[in-house]
Design a protein. Structure first.
Length: 219
């Protein structure tokens, strides 16, 4: 006879399916519609993280950052050639623009390009938010605050690329991706598990009652 050692959790897997996208109207809120992760960098520890959470904001220097201060990565120059921290400022403004012009507004389009509109009516592309995808997303390690480390272990498919290319999704500005949890399915699974537990408990109760009857017969 083999005796088991009970039940244990074998593993916990992350579910990286697409969640619903909700509009917020905040220009710095970004949602990925499709596959891909934002890459952010902790400047203090010089560590890179992947995240699907796009609730970004601007710091005092114009850097696009997470709520914990990590800087969003992408092309950081107007020529879209240098990878680094995304910053929204006047660096690289056209020579034809008024030197005294100021930033009136900015937008981030579906390709991740940061378009800046100046007070003199001119505009230019300041940089581009890039995305990354992985061969084995399950190898990513949870770090809290919707951040994942273990980027190298997960097997990056290539260098960060423009949204909408290499199988990556597009970016939706002014929106956030909601949780991908299916509440109806989770409640159904919960009820099924609860009923199975009740059935097993009933079997034990019935077996106990039968043994009690046998004991009473012996008496």
């Amino acid at each position: 006879m083999q005796i088991g050692s009970g039940v244990g959790t074998a593993s916990i897997k992350n579910l990286f399916t697409q969640g619903a996208v909700s509009s917020t109207g905040n220009q710095t809120d970004l949602a990925v519609s499709g596959d891909g992760f934002f890459m952010v960098r902790d400047t203090l520890e010089n560590r890179d993280f992947a995240t699907r959470s796009g609730d970004f904001r601007l710091d005092g220097n114009g850097y696009l950052i997470t709520n914990q201060g990590q800087r969003v990565q992408g092309f950081s120059d107007t020529g879209l050639a240098t990878r680094g921290d995304i910053q929204i400022d006047l660096a690289g403004m056209p020579a034809t623009s008024d030197p005294a012009a100021s930033i009136v507004s900015y937008t981030i389009n579906g390709e991740g390009k940061v378009n800046i509109n100046l007070s003199d009516g001119t505009a230019f592309v300041r940089g581009q938010v890039l995305l990354q995808n992985f061969r084995d997303p399950q190898a990513l390690v949870k770090e809290g605050n919707n951040l994942y480390s273990g980027v190298a272990s997960a097997g990056p498919l290539s260098a960060t690329a423009s949204p909408g290319t290499n199988g990556l999704g597009k970016i939706q500005s002014g929106a956030l991706e909601l949780s991908n949890v299916d509440l109806a399915n989770e409640f159904t699974s919960l009820i099924t598990t609860q009923r199975a537990f009740q059935a097993n408990a009933k079997i034990i109760t019935t077996s106990d009652e039968m043994l009690q009857e046998l004991v009473n017969l012996k008496r």
